[in-house]
Design a protein around this ligand. Structure first.
Ligand code: PHB
Length: 387
């Protein structure tokens, strides 16, 4: 046999070997633990849509492995979260878990992920602890900490001359931490929180709170609600006539994915978030076009976070050649990456949380219109994380 023939044989052999690998590379099983019912149902659906869109754009495969899904409705119910994630890991044998929206649910998930070493990618829940005291090599987040948009809004409100604020939120980790971040930003810049009001999650009986706000006449109100609860709060605030005299501020969750339902009640509201309408970048425009085509609706911040969860998985899995047990290679690639997100490029901190721009947005018609960068490359302080 001459050299040319040997070369051809070798090429054919390696081709058939890689074909054999492609055929036998096991599917990657992704556990989607998200709310598909209750006040956060639309958020869960948007996250799944975003995740699947990215995977479809890669031909349904990541690092040569076909992606398969197992779904659980976590109902935003922390008391069921440990059982739910354990079922995914132990009964369904998923390779990794993506979830969830609610901070209480996600903290229970993070504990199980840490104990079992299962890869967890958090596509929303902002619980500061997940990338703080509970941080771990195998836990990543593609969204935010509750502190991030809250802090940016606190700074901004104070700089706009707001002095006395009443805060109002659902009483659980996300609301408490969002208010804490806001307060830190506000007080550093000369403002004060005069009263902190709350209702239990997911209650939407706001009348007595609104009466209290009207009587106290603060310069502004800062509110944390999301999903269906945010729709109701913003509408009730306007129906009480408060939007005419007391500006309502909040993290962008108050108006993201909710404007169709809020109608004119949200007009003119200012919020802070790591996504906005009208960013008008090539990347975001392409993402939006593809999302609308696939799902016949506009994407929101939750869809972006889901899309980026799949991107993060792809970065890690490509670097570890499809092998999730190579945790060092997986992490190294992610810490080095600039994630090409529709929100704008961001990086992942040592504690595994996005370092990202927080935008000021204004509600104009059905859009959270981009106004400016409120806080450039804002990193969570990651208090208590020793990674
Ligand atoms: C949370 O529970 O962390 C949470 C839920 C919904 C949001 C934002 C944060 O829109």
């Amino acid at each position: 046999m001459n050299f040319k023939k040997i070369g051809v044989c070798l090429t054919l052999a390696s081709l058939s070997m890689s074909l054999a690998f492609a055929q036998t590379a096991p599917k990657i099983k992704v556990g989607l633990m998200l709310p598909y019912s209750g006040t956060y149902a639309s958020l869960g659906n948007a996250i799944e849509n975003g995740f699947q869109l990215y995977v479809k754009e890669q031909g349904g495969k990541i690092a040569g492995r076909e992606v398969e899904y197992v779904k659980v409705d976590d109902e935003s119910e922390p008391s069921k979260a440990t059982d739910n994630i354990n079922k995914l890991i132990k009964r369904d044998n998923v390779d990794l878990v993506v979830g969830s929206v609610h901070s209480g649910v996600a903290m229970a998930m993070a504990k199980v992920a840490k104990d079992t070493g299962t890869l967890l990618i958090v596509p929303n829940a902002g619980a500061d602890a997940i990338t703080g005291p509970m941080c771990a090599k195998n836990i990543y987040r593609t969204s935010f900490t509750n502190w991030q948009p809250g802090y940016a809004m606190g700074e901004l409100a104070a700089k706009r001359g707001v002095k006395k604020v009443i805060t109002v939120t659902w009483k659980y980790a996300a609301g408490d931490e969002s208010v804490k971040g806001f307060k830190e930003g506000l007080e550093k810049n000369g403002g004060t929180v005069m009263k902190e009001l709350s209702v239990p999650f997911p209650n939407v009986e706001f009348q007595s709170l609104l009466t209290e706000i009207a009587a106290a006449k603060p310069d502004a109100v800062y509110a944390f609600f999301a999903g269906a609860g945010a729709v109701k709060f913003v509408k009730d605030y306007a129906a009480a006539g408060l939007n005419k005299s007391i500006p309502l501020y909040g993290p962008g969750f108050l108006t993201d994915g909710t404007l169709e339902a809020q109608g004119t009640a949200a007009a003119g509201m200012l919020t802070t978030l790591h996504y906005a309408d009208g960013l008008n970048s090539k990347r975001d425009n392409a993402f939006r076009l593809a999302y609308v085509k696939a799902y016949k609706m506009q994407p929101d911040v939750y869809a972006v976070q889901g899309y980026d969860a799949a991107q993060l998985l792809a970065i890690g899995l490509n670097a570890s050649k499809g092998d999730l047990s190579k945790k060092g290679e997986f992490e190294e690639a992610i810490l080095k990456a600039k994630i090409d997100s529709p929100r704008g490029e961001f990086t992942i901190s040592k504690s595994h949380n996005p370092i990202q721009d927080i935008y000021l947005r204004e509600v104009v018609g059905k859009e959270n219109k981009y106004k400016s960068v409120a806080s450039k490359a804002l990193a969570d302080p990651a208090r208590g994380c020793s990674l």
